[in-house]
Design a protein. Structure first.
Length: 423
């Protein structure tokens, strides 16, 4: 590969043909599914005041403490590259609450987290996310999950696993934390060092610790709903019942906590077996986020596009992008190049994809290029054809070659292209 000077910085990637075609299909399908549910796109800046994330995601979370790209700019402002999309969108909504109190918004774009790069974990990654603004309503949560599962089904992802839990209501939080602390206190010496620290300042995170010793302790705990109000439990039951009616399979996972502080009520995660340790292709939940005394409530999710594409590739994403239709013009004489340029343009203006070599190379080199670009049709014209006012139209799949006048050539190619699009 040679010099590092040609590489992007660690944990970030260049994206180009041919992989970019899958990204485009993913984006298009997401846009069309979101439109069915009445969502419109919002594009917020990649760079925000750091405070937008500090307060909403939570100062004690890993994302804020260890992963956020935060810096002071030349004007002395504390800024951060967005580590996720929800906080910026909520900042936007909070400033326009009158108009946006029941907005349904989606976004897609790059996010940044300074994590140790590994499979499925990048420093610049991309999310597709959606948010529905409004007071807690289990129907909205179920519809949000249904929309997400609809998108995954459209993408042919049949092996996804949906896990569901609740964070309870804000009043439940203190009771859950105290309950967990009391239950874990006698086992403190068995927990790992990180969890002993978490016991004091972030006890919920002990539930998703991966250390075998901690997992064994956690397996003995009652589910978090044990310490919650009847109302919080009823809310989760209602979301589950609606998902059942909508035919969406899920598992209740009392250990699912999610890594961000803004969640209340429903939380969920979707995993896929084709991914390794980082197996969450998506996470979401209901939240309440306050900016400058304005609280925004809503529910949403974000899909990691890189991870989704790893999963989709394992489930046959190569079928997403069909064989291209391409006409390649081969003028066999220097004097015929300019008129071929005109013909190419006339075909493109009728919507037919067409290319040619503009450099006056040999017929053999031109045919090779047509082959390399997987042309479906080749149009040859030499001085003999020019004298007789005709073209040779070759269909590459069958090898059939026919002589056509200009009018016939145009009619045929437009018709072939239409048939290709309809297939
Ligand atoms: P999150 O779970 O932090 O949630 O991220 C959502 C998804 O982004 C993950 O499931 C994963 O697929 C992907 N992801 C996260 N970090 C990385 C990384 N370093 N490299 C590659 N992919 C990654 C959120 O971001 C919330 N804003 C979701 C949400 C929206 N909750 C409510 N509304």
């Amino acid at each position: 590969m040679g010099s590092d000077a040609f590489q992007p910085i660690q944990g970030m990637s260049d994206l180009a043909h041919p992989e970019v075609a899958l990204w485009q299909v993913l984006e298009q399908r997401a846009r069309s599914v979101f439109a069915l549910y009445g969502y419109t796109e919002v594009r917020t800046p990649v760079l925000e005041r750091a405070s937008v994330f500090l307060r909403s995601l939570g100062e004690g979370t890993d994302v804020v403490q260890k992963e956020m790209y935060q810096f002071t700019d030349r004007g002395g402002r504390e800024l951060a590259l967005r580590p996720e999309g929800t906080a910026g969108v909520m900042r936007f909504v909070a400033g326009r609450m009158q108009d946006l109190q029941s907005a349904r918004l989606y976004y897609l774009g790059p996010m940044f987290r300074s994590e140790r790069p590994q499979a499925g974990r990048r420093r610049q990654f991309h999310q597709i996310g959606a948010e529905a603004i409004g007071a807690p309503n289990p129907r909205t949560d179920a519809e949000m999950i249904a929309m997400q599962m609809h998108l995954l089904r459209e993408l042919g992802l049949g092996q996804c696993r949906l896990r569901l839990n609740t964070r309870g209501m804000p009043d439940d939080r203190a009771r859950v934390e105290q309950g967990l602390r009391d239950a874990l206190e006698p086992k403190l010496e068995v927990l790992c060092e990180d969890c002993r620290r978490r016991w004091k300042d972030n006890v919920l995170r002990i539930l998703d610790c991966k250390q075998p010793g901690c997992r064994a302790v956690v397996a003995e705990l009652p589910p978090v709903t044990h310490w919650m109000s009847d109302e919080a439990r009823a809310y989760l039951d209602k979301v589950g019942a609606l998902l059942g009616k909508l035919g969406i399979p899920f598992e209740l996972d009392p250990l699912l906590v999610r890594g961000l502080d803004y969640y209340v009520h429903t939380v969920w995660e979707i995993t896929h077996p084709a991914l390794g340790a980082q197996d969450a292709i998506s996470g979401g939940g209901r939240y309440a986020i306050t900016f400058d005394r304005q609280t925004v409530e809503g529910v949403g999710f974000a899909l990691g596009m890189e991870r989704l594409l790893i999963a989709a590739t394992a489930e046959g994403a190569d079928r997403w992008v069909g064989e291209p239709f391409l006409v390649w013009l081969v003028p066999m004489d220097e004097s015929l190049i300019d008129e071929a340029v005109e013909l190419a343009q006339a075909l493109r203006l009728r919507g037919v994809p067409c290319q040619m070599d503009l450099g006056g190379r040999s017929v053999k080199a031109q045919l090779k290029a047509a082959d390399r670009h997987r042309a479906t049709h080749v149009v040859l014209r030499g001085s003999q054809e020019a004298e007789r006012g005709v073209y040779q139209l070759k269909t590459m799949a069958t090898g059939e070659q026919r002589e056509r006048t200009l009018a016939e050539l145009m009619t045929d190619l437009v018709a072939y292209h239409r048939a290709h699009l309809a297939a």
